[in-house]
Design a protein. Structure first.
Length: 333
């Protein structure tokens, strides 16, 4: 007759068996070999119809073709993208909730540390960078500033007399102009507006001297003489404006490193296999001629980085903006 095992041994064996069974059950769910098996939610922190939203929808449609599941864009506008960011931060890291991030992802915690509590690197899993949104420096068509050198010279001679507009403190146009002040050793007058549109109207009217404006939406104004482009922030001359110099060509290098990024990030803890699968879908989407045409029409330059490279880039980008915000003493409104 078999000897009866001690009760403590029986309990230990039972616990070991339960843990083994649980691990065997949980492993397939963690590995998710059938991912994706349901629609993916792509959260955008801005209103429908804006450049970020349009990019999300264009890329999401192409990614869905590759993944075999819909990629549904969900707009959660407000707080300069922070509402959407916090929503994704607290979502499950299972690949079914993604965020389309912009410059605000790194800038918000730097400008408002008392309100924005997330760590832009540690609290998220970078999936892929897809593009950057370069800018151009524009003045009114009848502005006395014919070149960027003219504008900088005036600003050097008359501190605070040259004005620039933006869509608000901490936005891409404001930060780019602050960088221009630093690189040119000038002090200018920042006039924030509630959006790029109102700021551009004041520039065209001559009541504001210049602004940094995205490479979309200004072409008609340039063609009709209402705007003049002084320089572009791309590394090389832009094919749509081959006669316009880059900022580097006029002695102000490095602006291309500060171009607004557009990318996909997920909550921290996303399994690498899922990040890689999503990145592969991004690569396929970016290769589609229709996607390339739409991105070009939106003024975006395709710049792809995979999960590891995007994490490294975001880390460097955070330091760039932190150094600028601190040295330029930029404060949130």
């Amino acid at each position: 007759m078999d000897k009866q095992l001690p009760r403590r041994t029986v309990l230990r064996l039972a616990a070991f068996g339960a843990a083994t069974l649980l691990g065997a059950t949980a492993l397939p769910a963690m590995a998710q070999p059938d991912y994706p098996s349901r629609p993916i939610r792509l959260v955008v922190g801005y209103s429908a119809g804006g450049p970020t939203d349009v990019l999300a929808r264009v890329l999401g449609q192409e990614m869905a073709n590759r993944l075999g599941q819909p990629v549904v864009v969900e707009n959660k506008a407000g707080a300069n993208g922070n509402i959407a960011t916090e929503f994704v931060r607290h979502a499950a890291p299972d690949g079914y909730t993604l965020l389309m991030n912009t410059i605000s992802h790194n800038v918000n915690p730097l400008l408002q540390p008392e309100l924005v509590k997330y760590d832009p690197i540690a609290d998220f899993t970078p999936v892929a960078q897809v593009a950057v949104l370069p800018q151009m420096i524009v003045v009114a068509g009848n502005s006395p500033f014919k070149t960027l050198e003219d504008l900088v010279k005036k600003a050097q001679e008359a501190p605070q007399r040259v004005s620039y507009g933006s869509a608000g403190v901490g936005g891409s146009a404001h930060l780019a102009a602050a960088l221009l002040e630093q690189r040119s050793k000038t002090r200018m007058n920042h006039i924030p507006f509630k959006g790029n549109g109102p700021a551009l109207t004041e520039v065209m009217a001559g009541r504001v001297d210049f602004m940094f404006f995205p490479m979309i939406g200004a072409g008609d104004f340039v063609a009709t003489g209402k705007l003049r482009i002084l320089a572009v922030t791309t590394a090389r001359r832009h094919p749509d404006y081959p006669t316009i110099p880059t900022t580097s060509e006029v002695g102000l290098p490095g602006f291309e490193d500060y171009a607004q990024p557009i990318g996909f990030i997920a909550p921290a803890g996303l399994p690498p296999a899922i990040a890689d699968k999503l990145d592969a879908a991004v690569v396929a989407a970016l290769a589609a001629p229709a996607t390339q045409a739409r991105l070009k029409a939106l003024g975006a330059e395709v710049v792809h980085r995979g999960p590891t490279q995007y994490r490294e880039w975001l880390t460097q980008d955070r330091k760039r903006w932190a150094d600028l915000i601190r040295s330029a003493n930029i404060k949130a409104e």
